[in-house]
Each structure stands twice: as C-alpha cells, then as structure tokens.
Design a protein around this ligand. Structure first.
Ligand code: IMP
Length: 178
C-alpha cells in the first residue's frame, strides 16, 4: 500500500456535468415508453453519479442500490465478486438501468448482470461513468459510457482510494510519490 500520492485532474466537474446531461437525454429517449425505470446504483462508487444522472432523466424513476464487493483497500481488482447488499425491490418484468462508476476488469458488472438477468427484467441496460477497456478480462461492455480512460487509478466524483477522495467534484488520476 502506497502512503503518499498526488491527484492530477483528469476530467473536470464541468465536463462531467455536460456528459451526464447528454447520457441522461439518450437514456430518457431509449426508455421513453417506460412506466417506471428502476435505476440500480452499484455502491459505493456510483452514489454521486447516480444522484446527478437521475435528476437529468425525464422519466418516472425508482432508485435502488446493490453492493458488490470490490477492491478492499488496494488497487488490485479481485476476481471474486460477492453481493454484500441486494436490491430492496423486485425487478421481474421491469425496466432496469444498472449504474456503475467504473468498468475495469468487468468482473463486477458481469457478475451483477448475470444475477439480475436471472430475475427476468423486461429490459436490462447498463451505464458506466468511466470505462477502462485496456483492463478488461471479461467480454462485458456498458451500453452507455461517460468517458473512456486509460489504465490509471482514478478518484473523485464518488470514487475512492482506500475510502478517501470520494468527495472531490472532479475525476483525478492518482500519482504515487512513495
Ligand atoms: P471491475 O470488477 O474490475 O470492473 O471493477 C469495478 C470496480 O472496481 C469499480 O466499480 C470500482 O469500485 C473499482 N475500481 C476500478 N478501477 C478503479 C479506480 O481507478 N479507482 C477506484 N476504484 C476503481
């Protein structure tokens, strides 16, 4: 575990807001005929993104959360994905949008989609704020992607490093100095 690091701004708060607005328009158009869209945020990293995204959606929306285990306090991805907190609501026959902060190896999204598909939703789509395609170890790809980024460890806008920096308004790349 590194102790010292600096954060270099990669995506500004303004650029994020503009992209979220565009994504929300596309999603609202896609689900225009829905009676209610269940927006499922994957905790904890998506909490800021989902808060901004749902406020830009022009659809009836229900918000639910699911927590899958991920990194712990390290920057290495674990292949084993466990569900720590399941949805409160039923999704059978419903329109569902899964919202993820980052698709990295893809194991988390792959596992969550497998789990949710088994519950027979009407439509199941995915939206990730960030995508690191060069790190992918599964064939999963989000339907809506905010930004494609290189293989860098990032923080901010809900995303943490060892439970810090989630409150930064922008996305920054972590540069370890020791
Ligand atoms: P995956 O299962 O490897 O796709 O990892 C997905 C999860 O790992 C994300 O939802 C994040 O919580 C975490 N993660 C992946 N890359 C980063 C990063 O650069 N910074 C912080 N967390 C990350």
């Amino acid at each position: 575990m590194h102790s010292k690091y600096e954060i270099d701004e990669m995506i500004s708060a303004k650029a994020i807001a503009a992209r979220v607005e565009t994504l929300a328009k596309e999603i609202s158009e896609h689900f225009a005929d829905t009676d209610k869209l269940v927006v499922v945020g994957l905790l904890r990293g998506s909490f800021v993104f989902i808060a901004d995204l749902v406020r830009e959606l022009t659809l009836p929306v229900e918000v639910d959360f699911l927590e899958a285990s991920s990194y712990g306090n390290s920057t290495e991805s674990s292949r084993e994905v466990r569900i720590l907190k399941d949805l409160r609501g039923e999704i059978e026959g419903r329109d569902v949008l899964v919202v993820e902060d980052i698709v990295d190896t893809g194991h988390t999204l792959h596992h969550v989609l497998h789990l949710l598909e088994a519950r027979n939703p009407k439509r199941l789509m995915t939206c990730a704020l960030l995508d690191k395609p060069s790190r992918r170890e599964t064939d999963v790809k989000a339907d809506y992607i905010g930004f494609e980024i290189p293989d860098e460890f990032v923080v901010g806008y809900g995303i943490d490093y060892a439970q810090r920096n989630r409150n930064l308004p922008y996305i920054g790349a972590v540069r370890f100095t020791s």
